[in-house]
Design a protein around this ligand. Structure first.
Ligand code: M7G
Length: 317
């Protein structure tokens, strides 16, 4: 099982990390007890489930997989069971039960999960926040330092303790370098759903809020070498790739999302995504652009950040 630290206070350091080999491989959910369906996303066909295992909290994201071009022809065989649900003239519909190889789910397990993870995947209302530079220093910065999700998984990647075999490209320069690898959300089957992230080696940049003109060489390097690596490895040209940051991100270690233009990604809303090219150009125009600008973002009602903005009287219910 992959393990995340159980709370921000009890965060392990990267040196405390035990390699995944020390944990048993999960082959069934026998030890899991269902607690609650947190969210049922009909569009992405994903169930977000709260469960318990050995007395600890777990979050499971169970997503129906897309068809694979290589095996889709195998659906049309006697092994696929059909139950007719409608017949009218030349039209008919069926509940269809293919053999298990053609009928899988992708599960993402977070274990042990913190209350923050449970909240992140729970169905709830959202609110728009206009965060001034002052709000950032007074409210968001303390939130990031004390309450945000742990970056341990990021440090494990940078230290090659996990996912080293998935790395697509690395520039090891400590100033402008980064690791490019598949995002956990991409199952690496379909390149038109390509979703990668570039994680910078520097550990002192939390989000776009920290960027100024001293970071331009880093940002340009990510764009140029990231796109070069994607072209070389997947044959996809730069004009088919969206490159963007999230603000607010879930993890406060600078990372850049690279997504295929055809990927229908919920993380690309106007109140969350900031295109890398726009960020570069804004900083070129004004070095302190992101340190001074009021940034608009969407926040979940249960998010501590929303409560912190309410408590400071910066927003009203
Ligand atoms: P974000 O913008 O900080 O937050 O992106 P979001 O999750 O709300 O979009 C972080 C990205 O890191 C997400 O796209 C996650 O799917 C991805 N991610 C998270 N974890 C814990 C891992 C991981 O362990 N490995 C990899 N490869 N990607 C991860």
């Amino acid at each position: 099982m992959a393990v995340e630290p159980s709370s921000a206070k009890k965060r392990k350091t990267e040196d405390d990390f035990e390699p995944p080999g020390n944990y048993e491989k999960l082959s069934s959910f026998a030890e899991f007890e269902f607690c609650k369906l947190l969210k049922n996303d009909m569009r992405s066909k994903t169930a977000f489930i709260h469960a318990k295992c050995r007395g600890k909290e777990a979050v499971l994201l169970m997503e129906k997989r897309a068809f694979e071009p290589k095996t889709v022809q195998n659906l049309l065989s006697e092994k696929t069971e059909l139950v007719e649900t409608l017949k009218n003239d030349i039209y008919s519909t069926y509940n269809t039960y293919p053999e298990k190889e053609l009928n899988g789910l992708k599960t993402t397990l977070i274990f042990p999960a913190t209350s923050h993870h449970i909240m992140k995947y729970t169905e709830q209302d959202f609110h728009i926040i206009h965060e001034s530079a002052g709000d950032y220093n007074k409210i968001t910065l303390p939130y990031i330092k004390n309450k945000a999700l742990s970056n341990q998984w990021v440090y494990n990647i940078l230290n090659k303790k996990t996912e080293a075999d998935r790395i697509i490209f690395e520039d090891s320069c400590s100033e402008t370098g980064f690791i490019l690898l598949p995002d956990m959300k991409w199952d690496r089957q379909d390149v038109t759903a390509l979703y990668l992230q570039a994680i910078v080696h520097r550990r002192d940049i939390m989000s776009i809020r920290d960027l100024d003109k001293s970071h331009l060489p880093l940002l340009r390097n990510i764009s140029e070498k990231g796109l070069g690596a994607i072209k070389e490895k997947f044959g996809i040209p730069g004009n088919k790739i969206r490159i963007y940051f999230h603000y607010q991100p879930s993890y406060y270690h600078l990372h850049v999302h690279f997504a295929h233009i055809k990927l229908d990604n919920p993380g690309f809303e106007a109140d969350r995504a900031h295109l890398l090219m726009d960020v570069i150009e804004n900083i070129e125009t004004k070095s302190l652009y992101y340190k001074e600008k009021t940034l608009v973002f969407k926040v979940r009602e249960d998010d501590i950040l929303y409560k912190d903005f309410l408590d400071h009287g910066c927003i009203h219910k």
